[in-house]
Design a protein around this ligand. Structure first.
Ligand code: ADP
Ligand code: ASP
Ligand code: MG
Length: 415
């Protein structure tokens, strides 16, 4: 008997028909003799709607209360899915994150899972029940509800799979696998049969929404095999695992884009030791993740420092930067949220000089201006104007020979 963890994303449980469809798929897996744990997200756009609702009340909702609010979305889904399975005549129970023993730190809205105390879950499974778990939520040591950051149900699924030593963690979504670029943006993107944890982690961290980066980190750490597939068809999806023979010859294995970034520039800060520490330790204290950082060449003993953060953190960043501006004596700060990050990812890049140059050439040929650049051994990222994003992704996809000869016909079918 295998232990299977299945995770269904928001679009897969958007309405009653889709919930019944998921129920049938879960029951199929159970009937095959597996022990089945199902992690579900909030239905459709529920999480976005709850965020808008909070913003109607206040511009700056307290993060603890945001978690209290957002966690309700998943709670609706688990109850409805459990009802659908129960109506089909199968034993089932729904459990919230805290009931499953998902313990997190206390960083509200982007908490990290510290432990999964899975006794209750195993107990229910061993009684022969299908267990439905609310994704995206956990509990602090003080019993406060937390959420795991956008897309966090993926991480719930992988963490639970690791804790109960599941044989596989299937992530069901609205596309049938991981593609060389977002197939909604690049219709000629190709599905990858397999991808390594490291490449998947880069793609996910650089904006490929299909898996939350933290879920890939967990999978790598605990050796969980992930199968990304569609809940709308039975196509083989993409296996995420340690090493793959696939695509070894590809210098670039994927292109990612991220529209959820903001760029901050601090002007005319004195060129002396300790300035970067002042700026970035103030941001770190507020748990704000900083991504790219550029310090301009010095002129008149002054520097400009630019960096990027997630748009979600912009309110907090504005508050921190107004203090930092005073402390450093900077002449001004600017905030830009009409930017995007486009990236190329590939393990083959390390040994191939000229990949970054080819990327800049593709962007230049498309008439796209580059505002910031960062590189690592397996990726190159550029910040560009948000309006150029799709043009850039398509140009890069073509430049690195990733285009399929035909458009994928049903990767994104959602019904
Ligand atoms: P879910 O609600 O099921 O968690 P998400 O919207 O979070 O689904 O993630 C699935 C989406 O990820 C797809 O609809 C697709 O547009 C997007 N996506 C971005 N990059 C990729 C990629 N490289 N491969 C597949 N999907 C991608
Ligand atoms: N509902 C949450 C979100 O929209 C978590 C998830 O879907 O994974 O981000
Ligand atoms: Mg998701």
């Amino acid at each position: 008997m295998a232990i299977v963890v299945q995770k269904y994303g928001g679009s897969s449980v958007a309405d009653a028909d889709r919930i019944r469809r998921v129920a049938r798929r879960v029951v199929e897996c159970y009937q095959q003799g597996n022990q089945v744990v199902v992690v579900v997200s909030a239905r459709g756009d529920t999480t976005d709607e709850l965020i808008s609702l909070a913003k109607e009340i206040t511009d700056n909702p307290p993060e603890r209360e945001m978690d209290m609010l957002l966690s309700t979305g998943e709670q609706i889904s688990i109850a409805l899915l459990a009802m659908a399975i129960q109506a089909m005549g199968y034993p089932v129970i729904s459990l919230t994150g805290p009931q499953v023993g998902i313990l997190t730190d206390n960083v509200h809205t982007k908490a990290r899972i510290q432990d999964v105390r899975s006794e209750r879950l195993m107990d229910e499974l061993n009684q022969g029940k299908i267990v439905i778990v609310a994704g995206f939520q956990g509990m602090t040591p003080d019993n406060d509800i937390t959420t795991l950051g956008r897309g966090g149900s993926d991480t719930t699924a992988v963490a639970v799979a690791a804790a109960i030593k599941a044989d596989v963690c299937e992530i069901f979504t609205d596309v049938d696998g991981v593609y060389t670029a977002d197939p909604r943006v690049v219709p000629r993107a190709r599905k990858l049969a397999a991808i390594s944890y490291d490449e998947m982690l880069e793609l996910a961290s650089l904006g490929a929404l299909v898996l939350q980066p933290r879920s890939v980190e967990f999978a790598k750490q605990y050796g969980v095999t992930i199968h990304v597939r569609s809940s709308f068809n039975y196509n083989e999806g993409t296996i995420v695992r340690e090493v793959t023979d696939m695509e070894k010859t590809m210098v670039v294995s994927g292109v990612a884009h991220d529209l959820s970034v903001a760029k901050i520039s601090l002007f005319d800060v004195p060129d002396r030791p300790g300035i970067a520490r002042t700026v970035f330790s103030a941001l770190a204290k507020e748990s704000i993740n900083v991504d790219m950082i550029i310090q301009s060449g010095m002129r008149d003993e002054m520097n400009d420092i630019s960096f990027t953060v997630g748009k979600d953190d912009l309110n907090k960043v504005v508050a921190v930067m107004s203090r930092v501006k005073e402390e450093t004596g900077a002449s001004g700060v600017s905030y830009e949220d009409n930017v995007a990050k486009v990236s190329i990812v590939g393990a083959g890049m390390i040994t191939n000089p000229g990949v970054a140059a080819a990327m800049f050439e593709a962007l230049a040929d498309a008439g796209i201006n580059i505002q910031m650049i960062s590189t690592s051994e397996i990726k190159v990222s550029c910040i560009i104007d948000a309006s150029d994003t799709y043009k850039a992704v398509k140009a890069l996809h073509e430049k690195f020979g990733l285009d399929n000869s035909i458009e994928e016909p049903d990767c994104c079918v959602a019904s």
